[in-house]
Design a protein around this ligand. Structure first.
Ligand code: SAH
Ligand code: SF4
Length: 387
């Protein structure tokens, strides 16, 4: 069954403003080698060596100018610059929260804007929450992204660019060996990564490469609402850590919260998770569970969750619901969340509550992009209003 959107393979629409030159940022090593031969930058027998040199400049040193590639001959640098680009996307907006969370609104092409959020003190040092699509085709009822129409899948270059922008801003070039601020990547921004697996997998190959950004696959987590037929492919192609947006333990409720559940109900989802390649006690699945007042937050729900996950190497992440204008849901009270967490704790799940971060800059889960768009629209309205 074809569950991957055809869009994922479609080239970005060509407009006058779309650069014609391919950006090296989104090429895997093999693609870079082939592109170097095709563009006549180096003969086939030298292309691999040339590709390795360029790769290190781009992904280890983070250069955006071919002239900084000092061990590459001048004529070759000129040829590279003629055939390719290293341009970063435009940063439309940058915000820093009181708690150190940073958020960037990035324009990768005309009309294509994505948000990326850096959250300090998550994972080993700090995590970057990246988007895989603009908008989302799935309509989870508690998610603001779900109310937006899908604009399109992001390309590998557009996914890697989010990491580069964060690295530029954090001053982390060349790739530090230790004491990194950006240590983890989570695909928990906008979109459903398993509907864009080709580009997500290529981006992970690039980000994880040891001679580049070098963020290990075990520090890269892909979150899905449960596209069961793609789980094995995700594990085999990326060896990434898996996170599942569960949110309910009964089909009747999950059908409402995560409508994709009607296609892949909980029993099928759990079977798919148990078969995830490489799953073990040192490589656990994270189950995300959004706390919705009066919907899924009783002690009985907590016990049902413990029962459902029995035997699965799992971590649980309770996410306080982040409200957005027009939503019918409310966040559970703090005492309800603590009571829920206590039941999970007793069952052996450690520190399961995810503290909300970056709320003052609207950087929380499920708030991405739409909120900034709304604010900018209201700022425009204000500016246009007669005094
Ligand atoms: N589409 C993927 C990844 C992006 S969503 C997925 O659904 O897993 C990342 C996480 O944020 C998911 O667990 C999602 O359920 C959660 N989320 C979405 N909207 C939210 C909101 N308003 N408050 C709290 N968590 C939310
Ligand atoms: Fe899409 Fe994830 Fe939001 Fe559901 S929760 S609408 S899958 S982004």
């Amino acid at each position: 069954m074809g569950v991957t959107l055809d869009l994922s393979r479609a080239p970005a629409p060509k407009t006058a403003a779309t650069p014609v030159k391919p950006n090296i940022t989104g090429m895997t090593r093999e693609e870079l080698r082939a592109a170097i031969v095709a563009a006549d930058v180096a003969p086939a027998e030298k292309a691999k060596m040339r590709a390795t040199q360029v790769w290190r400049w781009v992904h280890h040193y983070g250069v955006t100018d071919f002239d900084r590639m000092t061990d590459v001959a001048k004529e070759t640098r000129a040829k590279l610059a003629e055939a390719f680009t290293l341009d970063r996307p435009e940063i439309v907006e940058r915000q820093v929260s009181k708690d150190g969370t940073r958020k960037w609104l990035i324009r990768t092409a005309p009309g294509v804007e994505v948000e990326t959020v850096y959250i300090p003190d998550v994972g080993r040092a700090g995590a970057l929450c990246v988007s895989s699509q603009v908008g989302c085709t799935l309509n989870c009822t508690f998610c603001h992204t779900g109310t937006q129409a899908l604009v399109r899948n992001l390309t590998a270059a557009e996914i890697v660019a989010q990491v580069q922008v964060a690295r530029d801003d954090l001053g982390e070039w060349p790739s530090p060996k230790e004491d990194r601020r950006l240590s983890n990547i989570v695909f928990m921004g906008m979109g459903e990564p398993l509907y864009n697996l080709d580009h997500v997998a290529a981006a992970i190959d690039i980000i994880a490469d040891n001679e580049g950004i070098a963020i290990s696959r075990r520090r890269i987590t892909v979150s899905t609402s449960g596209v069961v037929p793609e789980l094995t492919a995700l594990g085999e192609r990326t060896q990434a850590m898996l996170a599942i947006s569960l949110h309910a333990t009964r089909d009747e409720l999950r059908d409402v919260l995560v409508p994709l559940n009607k296609k892949y109900p909980i029993a099928e989802l759990m079977a798919g998770i148990r078969a995830y390649p490489g799953l073990s006690n040192s490589k656990r699945v994270t189950f995300e569970y959004v706390m919705l007042k009066g919907v899924n937050d009783t002690p009985a729900d907590a016990k049902a969750l413990v029962k459902l996950l029995a035997g699965v190497p799992a971590k649980i992440n309770l996410i306080p619901f982040n409200p957005w204008p027009g939503t019918v849901y409310e966040c559970s009270s703090w005492s309800t969340i603590e009571a829920f967490a206590a039941i999970l704790n007793r069952a052996g799940y450690a520190s399961p509550i995810r503290t909300p971060r970056g709320r003052d800059i609207l950087a929380a889960c499920g708030q991405l992009k739409s909120e900034s768009e709304k604010l900018r629209a209201s700022a425009r309205r204000k500016a246009a209003a007669p005094q």
